[in-house]
Design a protein around this ligand. Structure first.
Ligand code: ADP
Ligand code: MG
Length: 247
């Protein structure tokens, strides 16, 4: 479903700042329906990698394929179309404060030109799916962090993506809300047959839900494979460092 081949992203030097190689030759492959994790410390290139997967950033070199489409071969219009395949969820939710929960979920459907009655129906289904069927009229300020992230997940699913990309989706949440959101991701992945790419600095989060994991350090993949392998025989000092103490 996701195939990166030797992807590099170099931010050029600017205003006295040196050039930054944010992603340095990453290859990775995520199968249809897989729940895959990317773990690495702050600054290791995780968010840049997320933005490369849906071509919010164009790679300096390398190939990005999502759902069989070679995104790096498409022009800007093609990329905009193809981006609908990928839904995104962020650490700080990025909800519109002036809109209700329903209004936030409806927003991408408005942009996509979906008719009003169809929009209403889908919004109701999506809010039910994320367990907020009784909070249609709530504004973000009236919701907890976990509830805001549920709204953001519903919004990300509105355009019926095949891939859900989560960048530090639980990093602003307390442990109980984190567990709730991870359970929800697992549930929607199973119900909708989604592929999930979960990006986080916390190995414990990956360990809770992922089938496979890739470890990122300074823009490079330093370890990766089925979760059980990554957890039981770390190939790198970073892996050992990221692994939580045995429970
Ligand atoms: P992470 O999400 O793992 O914390 P990022 O992908 O945000 O890492 O950043 C990786 C590196 O790329 C950092 O050194 C960061 O400062 C740099 N970087 C990210 N985005 C930009 C940008 N738009 N311009 C210049 N440098 C950037
Ligand atoms: Mg980040």
């Amino acid at each position: 479903m996701i195939e990166l081949t030797d992807v590099r992203k170099v931010f050029p030097a600017r205003r006295g700042a040196a050039e930054v190689v944010a992603v340095d030759g990453v290859s990775l492959s995520v199968a249809d329906g897989e729940f895959a994790g990317v773990v690495g410390p702050s600054g290791s290139g995780k968010s840049t990698l997320a933005r490369l997967v849906n071509l919010l950033e164009r790679p300096t070199s390398g190939r990005v394929v999502v759902d069989g489409q070679v995104l790096t071969d498409l022009d800007d219009d093609g990329v905009r179309q193809a981006r609908r395949t990928v839904g995104m969820v962020f650490q700080h939710f990025n909800l519109l404060d002036s809109r209700t929960a329903a209004g936030n979920v409806e927003h991408p459907l408005e942009l996509a030109g979906v008719g009003r009655s169809e929009r209403r129906r889908r919004v109701a289904d999506l809010l039910d799916l994320v367990g907020l069927g009784d909070r249609h009229a709530s504004r973000p300020a009236q919701l907890s962090g976990g509830q805001k992230q549920r709204v953001a997940i519903a919004r990300a699913l509105a355009a019926r993506p095949k891939v859900l990309l989560c960048d530090e989706a639980t990093s602003a949440l307390d442990p109980a809300s984190t567990t709730g959101v991870l359970d929800l991701l697992r549930q929607v992945r199973a119900e909708l047959g989604l592929t999930v790419l979960l990006i986080t600095h916390e190995m414990a989060v990956v360990r809770a839900v992922c089938d496979s994991a890739v470890l990122l350090d300074r823009g490079r993949v330093v370890d990766g494979g089925p979760l059980t392998e990554v957890l039981t025989r770390p190939h790198s000092p970073l892996a050992a460092q990221l692994l939580p103490a045995p429970a």
